[in-house]
Design a binder for this molecule. Structure first.
Ligand SMILES: NC(=O)C1=CN([C@@H]2O[C@H](COP(=O)(O)OP(=O)(O)OC[C@H]3O[C@@H](n4cnc5c(N)ncnc54)[C@H](OP(=O)(O)O)[C@@H]3O)[C@@H](O)[C@H]2O)C=CC1
Ligand SMILES: N[C@@H](CC=O)C(=O)O
Length: 438
């Protein structure tokens, strides 16, 4: 330890009886809820001293600000925070820039950081953790995955003794809220708007529906549970915005529903990883998860399956995770650190697939599709076609026996070029009963 670091530790020790000063960066959905949780519980030893946000006067006159103690300094100048004597910076703004630069400076100035920012931790977490270690301060991000569900602290403390080989589940509350309400008959655009109003969605909701949010979370979980560092951009993802009411009807005929599922499996030196809407059997607990409920199944070589479940989005559940991290930092709690290895990623999984086509009907379409599938060695398991749809815009479904997703994608590339295809065919993996997510 350098002399500077020793001095910092000594200073920390001498402060151990005094109060830990806290700054909040970002006073939106989660920031406001953190202020509410802190005001409601009055934890000894921590004191909110600063709040930073752009256009800060607007925030200061908000409803949530009424619970903030009068002594708190409100500012829109980040230097006020960086030069202050705060001990812990809680970052609740989101995004990579300018947040990364500010947090680097905060850590280098000896301030611990608590954040709920999954993009930041997925892309820059390793670098930031190094700076935190160099300066002997904490970097905690328990709220970055599954909101109020303690999956990160649970894995760090409770599962680090196992060899985790598989992770799967639902890690985006907005998508689960949208899909579970569509399952009950609501329409996509209306429920997406509701999710935004309720504070579940990201500032740009395409981060939720197109999979970026869940992909970042899956990378964080892979790093912690499987000690596998993945390039988030290399992880396959698929939007939920292509799912329509008809898919829920066909899924029901197959005794399934549809959920956005995130999966990662360690296979020697590579990791199979994918974030996509998938068909989930109705008998699976994942099918019963509604609204913002998240569910993560962690499969270990020695301990078997462990399931984490609870509210994965929303101000107050997320604030609980943030405040829990804050208290851990205030009490200088250490977490287990194990070496992490960079791993290559593939999006391939061996699974049955659900294929939905919308065609301008004419003879020979089914035979052309089955020809394209048989050419790549994929076998059809069932064909579903509901009556009552117009022939000029006919939706029907083919399901396949288990095969690699890359195989199906090859066949669909030629099918998509057929003149009668009115839309890009929809291809969804079907989870099976023996899949660990069950
Ligand atoms: N909402 C949720 O359920 C969950 C959110 N998270 C994460 O928590 C973080 C915060 O989310 P949430 O509270 O929902 O987001 P909000 O958009 O509600 O709040 C973000 C706040 O930060 C402010 N802000 C953003 N960028 C800047 C900037 N460059 N300079 C100054 N102020 C800025 C915003 O100001 P303005 O109002 O002007 O835009 C806003 O007040 C994100 O990283 C999110 O991914 C994690 C788990 C759950
Ligand atoms: N937008 C995210 C918020 C929590 O991480 C989600 O919907 O899960």
């Amino acid at each position: 330890m350098t002399t500077k670091q020793k001095k910092r530790v000594a200073a920390k020790k001498s402060k151990s009886d005094s109060v830990v000063k806290v700054a909040l960066l970002g006073f939106g959905t989660v920031g406001g809820s953190v202020a509410r949780v802190l005001a409601a519980s009055r934890f000894p030893g921590v004191q909110l001293t600063h709040i930073f946000n752009r256009n800060v006067d607007r925030k200061r006159s908000s409803e949530a600000a009424k619970l903030v103690p009068g002594s708190v300094v409100w500012t829109d100048n980040i230097d006020v925070i960086l030069r202050s004597d705060v001990d812990v910076v809680i970052e609740l703004m989101g995004g990579l820039n300018p947040v990364e630069g500010w947090l680097r400076k905060a850590l280098a100035a000896g301030k611990s950081v608590v954040t709920a920012n999954k993009q930041l931790i997925a892309y820059r977490g390793t670098g930031l953790a190094k700076i935190a270690a160099q300066h002997n301060v904490h970097l905690l991000h328990g709220a970055a995955v599954a909101g109020g569900v303690p999956v990160i602290p649970g894995m760090l403390q409770g599962l680090c003794g196992d060899q985790v080989t598989r992770l799967s589940g639902i890690v985006n509350g907005t998508c689960n809220y949208i899909l579970s309400r569509m399952e009950a008959g609501a329409d996509y655009a209306t429920v997406l708007e509701d999710a935004q109003q309720l504070g579940y969605a990201e500032a740009d909701p395409s981060a939720d529906v197109d999979g970026y949010d869940a992909r970042a979370k899956l990378c964080i979980l892979s790093r912690i549970a499987m000690h596998a560092e993945l390039d988030p951009d290399a992880v396959a993802m698929q939007t939920i915005s292509a799912i329509e009411a008809i898919d829920f009807s066909y899924a029901k005929e197959l005794n399934c529903t549809i959920r956005q599922v995130s999966r990662a499996e360690l296979d020697g030196r590579i990791v199979h990883a994918r974030v996509a809407p998938m068909l989930v059997p109705l008998a699976s607990p994942m099918a019963w998860s509604h609204g913002t409920q998240n569910m993560v199944v962690v499969s270990g070589k020695f301990g078997g399956d462990v399931v984490f479940s609870g509210h994965g989005a929303g101000g107050e559940p997320t604030a609980v995770a943030v405040v829990s991290d804050l208290l851990a930092v205030a009490q200088d709690c250490k977490t287990v650190q194990l070496p992490v290895r960079r791993r290559e990623v593939t999006g391939d999984f061996f699974a049955p697939h659900y294929l939905r086509f919308v065609v301008d009907d004419k003879p020979g379409i089914v035979s052309a599709i089955s020809g394209a599938l048989s050419k790549v060695g994929a076998n059809i398991d069932s064909l579903l076609q509901r009556r009552g749809y117009p022939k000029h815009r006919l939706p029907f479904v083919v399901t396949t026996e288990p095969c690699l997703s890359s195989t199906i994608e090859r066949a669909l590339a030629s099918v998509a070029r057929m003149d009668c295809m009115l839309e890009k065919p929809l291809c969804l993996q079907m989870l099976e009963v023996e899949d660990k997510a069950e």
